[in-house]
Design a binder for this molecule. Structure first.
Ligand code: ZN
Length: 211
């Protein structure tokens, strides 16, 4: 194991854990997160860090490309996490968090990094077929506007697509109808640290003020 991991653990145990012992005593009895975040597996995206959160606040499901599969397709980890978060934990917010320079979104265009060249990625390829509608919409948007940032448009479309897919989950719709839960789409800019939220009235992503 790399030394950095163990050094980090020692620091956590000696400092953060010790300073927050009361919190960990409570967490040992159970969890009561206020929000669920569905985000990309990408190592650069750390929801707890971005939101300055504490353990126990965020119920997080991660997968390649922050994808929400349709309700009736391929029962799996993401669907299970959504079901548990909404029906058992009764989270107040469900947030789909996408990000800039998303490898999953660029993979939709068969753009490969040097590391990806000559590597069989059958599971990734199959999984990402779920995000094709985000690519197709981006192609149409960029058709006559070559100056548009196709990668960013695809990433943002993919967030909206995941939200639309959430609406195929009956208990998600029910929670919205009962006003017990909100849904948000956020796009995180890795390079600037900015967070943008999808605005349902203007149908655009708007920067969230950090002031
Ligand atoms: Zn990503």
């Amino acid at each position: 194991m790399k030394k950095i991991h163990l050094d980090g653990y020692k620091k956590f145990k000696k400092e953060y854990f010790k300073d927050n012992k009361k919190l960990f005593d409570e967490l040992a009895l159970g969890q009561n997160p206020h929000s669920m975040i569905i985000t990309c597996s990408d190592s650069r995206v750390s929801p707890v860090k971005i939101l300055s959160g504490t353990p126990g606040e965020l119920f997080i499901a991660r997968n390649i490309g922050n994808i929400v599969p349709p309700y009736d397709r391929t029962k799996g980890a993401t669907q299970s996490a959504i079901e548990y978060a909404v029906n058992v934990l009764k989270v107040e917010s469900l947030i789909v968090l996408g990000h800039s320079a998303c490898g999953a979104c660029s993979h939709l265009y068969h753009e490969k990094t040097e590391d990806e060249e000559h590597v069989e990625l059958s599971h990734v390829d199959e999984w990402l077929t779920l995000a094709y509608p985000a690519k197709h919409e981006a192609l149409l948007e960029c058709m006559h506007n070559p100056e548009k940032n196709r990668a960013e448009i695809t990433e943002k479309n993919n967030i909206q697509l995941s939200i639309q897919r959430l609406m195929t989950y009956p208990y998600v719709v029910e929670a919205l109808e009962n006003k017990t839960m909100e849904i948000h789409g956020w796009w995180y800019n890795v390079g600037t640290g900015d967070l943008e939220a999808y605005d349902y009235t203007t149908k655009t992503f708007k920067k969230i003020s950090s002031e």
